[in-house]
Ligand binder design. Structure first.
Ligand SMILES: NC(=O)c1ccc[n+]([C@@H]2O[C@H](COP(=O)([O-])OP(=O)(O)OC[C@H]3O[C@@H](n4cnc5c(N)ncnc54)[C@H](O)[C@@H]3O)[C@@H](O)[C@H]2O)c1
Ligand SMILES: N[C@H](CO)Cc1c[nH]c[nH+]1
Ligand SMILES: [Zn+2]
Length: 441
């Protein structure tokens, strides 16, 4: 079922040969540019028009009334509530440990630099809701933002035809459980544009959506493209687009588990990527057999099949696990599972991955919901340079520079020299002017 890419016996550049989708984010950026500009220029009418076009529904009032958010929590199935609370508790534990403390370095006596960690003021959190509903993503966005101390949080999520144009009820309930009360029924590129530019006054609700300073959260290729386009107007986290799973496995892996994990992430999107990297043709054959058995029985067999057959998915055959490690590093998957003997040893050598899932009992699905780790992770190779969402994503480090007169006098000649070298003498003068005699005061 999976395409096979045979990298055995050669030193070919794996980066060029690895499976990746042709419809990449840069193509999508050009397609959504007019929509983003329309939202910037016209606000609510452009948002409504896009919602009608892409979601087939647009509520009268885009802001979800606070009573509706609370009612969603009241109506929440007790089992779902318990699962969400467990997810929140575990995520809070891990994210609390990510908090930063301010630190002062004494550079010289009388000269200090303090690094202050200041939360972003207002943040927009995208919660997807096209092919699947994502209350778990409310948790993964909100928990680190709250742990960082962000004061103003706004959630956007697509309007649902079967919920009167409101976001999914479970998404609203998760917002209530976390104490978020500013929620808009908007999805896709139009939601990202609305967060970045604000949306003036809603004629139906008489409210104004103020622009945010930063947008985080995952989404499909259109959401990801809008985030890339608007980076700079606002801050964004990593690009967290269509889901990817890579599995580095050897003969010790259970083919039924490997296949189930590949399927689990293919379930997100026809553009999702599932890649197995292995030196074992026996395992590759057995996984193919399992896929043939498991996919037709899956609820979302059609989009899973599309994702698995797509050019972005496949089995990569390698000479040995050392070569496999080079391949997974070159691929830089959003999620990487290591299902090998001595899995932890291999996992500790991985350099490029959004998150690494170690051994037979740590599947990606655990991390999606209840491991305590964050599931908003970089895709499309961005794990080479970016991290998953964390408390750090919502903080800015601000240096506080404090020198006494003596400490400045001591270093003044060096400042003047460097300013002269750069032909910026006014910089040097701004220091010299403070010491007219040059000597001690
Ligand atoms: N990387 C991560 O951390 C991570 C985490 C969770 C989910 N995901 C991914 O998020 C995605 C969720 O996708 P989804 O479709 O279910 O929900 P979504 O909310 O991301 O996308 C649905 C929205 O897309 C908009 N849309 C559709 N076509 C458009 C177009 N041409 N232009 C502009 N907007 C358009 C619609 O208006 C709709 O509101 C999946 O790809 C999944 O794999 C990634
Ligand atoms: N696997 C997704 C991250 O790419 C996260 C998720 C949410 N719900 C289920 N899965
Ligand atoms: Zn998932």
């Amino acid at each position: 079922m999976l395409n096979r890419i045979d990298l055995r016996g050669g030193a070919r550049d794996p980066r060029r040969l690895l499976p990746r989708a042709q419809l990449d984010v840069s193509v999508a950026v050009e397609r959504i540019r007019p929509l983003v500009e329309a939202v910037r220029d016209h606000g609510y009418p452009a948002i409504r028009e896009a919602s009608e076009r892409f979601d087939g529904v647009s509520p009268e009032r885009l802001r979800v009334p606070v009573e509706t958010i609370r009612a969603a929590e009241d109506e929440l199935d007790p089992q779902v509530r318990a699962a969400l609370l467990e997810s929140i508790t575990r995520a809070r534990k891990v994210h609390a440990d990510q908090r930063r403390t301010d630190h002062t370095t004494t550079v010289v006596p009388g000269g200090t630099v303090t690094e202050r960690w200041v939360p972003v003021d207002r943040v927009g959190l995208y919660v997807p809701g096209g092919l699947a509903m994502y209350p778990s993503t409310v948790v993964m966005n909100v928990v680190p933002a709250q742990a960082a101390g962000v004061r103003s949080l706004v959630v956007v999520s697509p309007p649902q035809k079967d919920n009167d144009g409101l976001p999914d009820r479970r998404v609203l309930a998760a917002c209530a459980l976390l104490g978020v009360d500013e929620v808009y029924a908007v999805g896709g590129a139009q939601a990202v544009a609305m967060l970045a530019h604000g949306a003036g006054v809603d004629p139906a609700g008489d409210e104004r959506c103020e622009p945010v300073d930063m947008i985080t959260g995952p989404g499909n290729i259109w959401v990801t493209a809008a985030k890339r386009l608007l980076r700079g107007v606002v801050g964004i986290d990593a690009e967290a687009g269509p889901t990817e799973i890579a599995i580095l496995a050897d003969d010790t892996a259970d083919p039924a588990h490997v296949a189930a994990d590949l399927i689990s992430q293919a379930e997100h999107d026809p553009l999702a990527a599932s890649v197995l990297v292995t030196p074992s043709t026996a395992l590759a054959d057995a996984v193919d057999g399992e896929l043939a058995r498991q996919v037709p029985a899956a609820k979302h067999a059609e989009r899973i099949g599309t994702a698995l057959r797509g050019e972005q998915s496949g089995v990569v055959l390698v000479d040995d696990l050392e070569a496999g490690l080079r391949v997974v590093d070159a691929y830089a998957a959003e999620h990487l599972e290591i299902q090998t003997e001595n899995a932890r040893d291999w996992a500790l050598r991985v350099r490029n991955a959004g998150a690494v899932f170690v051994g037979a009992w740590s599947p990606v699905s655990l991390g999606d919901y209840c491991a305590g780790s964050n599931h908003v992770l970089p895709t499309g190779g961005c794990a080479r340079h970016s991290s998953g969402l964390s408390v750090q994503s919502f903080l800015r480090g601000v240096h506080l520079v404090e020198y006494t007169q003596d400490a400045l006098r001591e270093v003044a000649p060096h400042v003047v020299t460097l300013a002269t070298v750069e032909d910026l003498p006014a910089h040097g003068q701004a220091v010299s002017v403070r010491f007219p005699g040059g000597g001690p005061s």
